[in-house]
Each structure stands twice: as structure tokens, then as C-alpha cells.
Design a protein around this ligand. Structure first.
Ligand SMILES: CC(C)(COP(=O)(O)OP(=O)(O)OC[C@H]1O[C@@H](n2cnc3c(N)ncnc32)[C@H](O)[C@@H]1OP(=O)(O)O)[C@@H](O)C(=O)NCCC(=O)NCCS
Length: 184
């Protein structure tokens, strides 16, 4: 998880995390749009990551190198076609290297495969955009995230001492994508 860059505007005060758990069914995934920035920011805030403000998320998604994937939980009751997002992943790509900025799943939807599905979608999109590897930073004491990444082939590359504002260290993990080229 990285700290977002230069949030500049005030966010909505709406709360996130009210959706009931969905058990046994993976929510549909789709590409994130700039219009998802408020919902993404609300999820981040619900998970104790308040610095991911709407403007910062919108800025990532609008940038030429930024991309994201969201997990949707169906329409909000009484709100027409507005979707309930239950998780997201944000990434960026420069040349052949992708960076996973933040992956998050709302509490009631965790441990049901949503995080792994979002990570897979992030990698698929990164490969489509030309990436041959992806890296990320994760707090040394973030057991759930480390477990997910390590299970999916991310290996320790470096440690960034006191990387986070609270003084915690970050690990840099990298996953080199398997080549899909068929030898002749
Ligand atoms: C990390 C996070 C995205 C995982 O999402 P998730 O939907 O619960 O993940 P999944 O259900 O797909 O779990 C996949 C694997 O991750 C690991 N994992 C996930 N949560 C775990 C937990 N609480 N404890 C231990 N391992 C865990 C397990 O290996 C799990 O496989 P298993 O369920 O077969 O044992 C979620 O815990 C989260 O949003 N955390 C807060 C935000 C955060 O810290 N993001 C990472 C920073 S980049």
C-alpha cells in the first residue's frame, strides 16, 4: 500500500461498509472508473485508510498510467442503478512494470476470495498493458495482505524502513509474471 499523492478537495461524508455479507458468491469485477472514486475512498476510510481521499483516487484513475478494478455488490436498495462496491484494487504502470497501489475489501466480504480475485484481475490488466512484473509495498505487520501476496507468488525484494507515517516498515514485494510465449 502506498500513500496517495496530493489529495486536494473535500470528500463526501457518506459512510461505507453497510452492505450485508455475500457468502459463497464472488461479486462481479469490472474496470474502475473515475466516477467510482467516492465509493473507493469510502471503502478505504472504512478500513482505516483515510488518506485515500476522493480527489486522490480520481487523480490516479484519470492519469494515463493509472488503472483499477472494482468488485461490485449489486445495486444499492432504492438508488436506481448505483452500485455498491465491496472492494477495489488500484494500480499504475510504467513501461513493463506495474505497481499495485492499494487493494482493499470491505470487512463483511473478506475471506471469501474477493481479494485474490481482484489481485488476479489487476495482474491480467497489467499484463494486457505490457507489464512483465508487478511490485507493491506492504506493512511488515499486515499479516492478511502479506499472506495473500506471498501465496500468489510475490517475493520480498527490499525493506523500506519507517516508510509509513506511523513509523512502520514496509516490505517491497515483487511478482515476475510467467512468460506466455510458446517456444518454437
Ligand atoms: C488484504 C485483503 C485485501 C484480503 O482480502 P480478502 O478478500 O479477505 O482475501 P481473500 O479472501 O481472497 O484471501 C486470499 C488469501 O489471503 C490470505 N488471507 C486473507 N485474509 C487473511 C487473514 N485475515 N489472515 C490470514 N490470511 C489471510 C489467505 O492466504 C487467503 O487464502 P485462504 O482464504 O484460502 O486462506 C483484506 O484483508 C483487506 O482489505 N485488508 C485491509 C486493506 C489492506 O491492508 N490492503 C493491503 C494493502 S496493499
Amino acid at each position: 500500500m502506498r500513500d496517495p499523492v496530493a489529495p486536494t478537495t473535500t470528500d463526501s461524508d457518506a459512510d461505507a461498509g453497510e452492505a450485508p455479507p455475500v457468502v459463497g458468491v464472488l461479486p462481479p469485477l469490472r474496470a474502475a472508473m473515475v466516477d467510482d472514486a467516492s465509493s473507493i475512498s469510502e471503502i478505504a476510510r472504512a478500513l482505516g485508510l483515510p488518506s485515500w481521499r476522493r480527489a486522490a483516487v480520481a487523480s490516479w484513475l484519470a492519469s494515463p498510467t493509472g488503472f483499477g478494478v472494482v468488485a461490485t455488490g449489486g445495486p444499492r436498495p432504492g438508488e436506481g442503478d448505483a452500485e455498491n462496491l465491496v472492494g477495489f484494487v488500484l494500480g499504475s504502470i510504467v513501461l513493463d512494470e506495474a505497481c499495485l497501489l492499494l487493494l482493499a475489501v470491505l470487512g463483511p466480504f473478506q475471506r471469501q476470495g474477493v481479494g485474490a480475485a481482484l489481485l488476479g484481475a489487476f495482474e491480467a490488466r497489467a499484463r494486457d498493458l505490457g507489464a512483465t512484473s508487478a511490485y507493491l509495498e506492504v506493512a511488515v505487520d499486515n499479516g492478511p495482505a502479506r499472506s495473500l501476496y506471498e501465496t500468489k507468488g510475490y517475493e520480498r525484494e527490499a525493506i523500506r524502513r519507517r516508510y509509513y507515517a506511523d513509523g512502520r516498515d514496509a516490505l517491497v514485494l515483487r511478482h515476475i509474471f510467467a512468460s506466455t510465449t510458446i517456444a518454437r
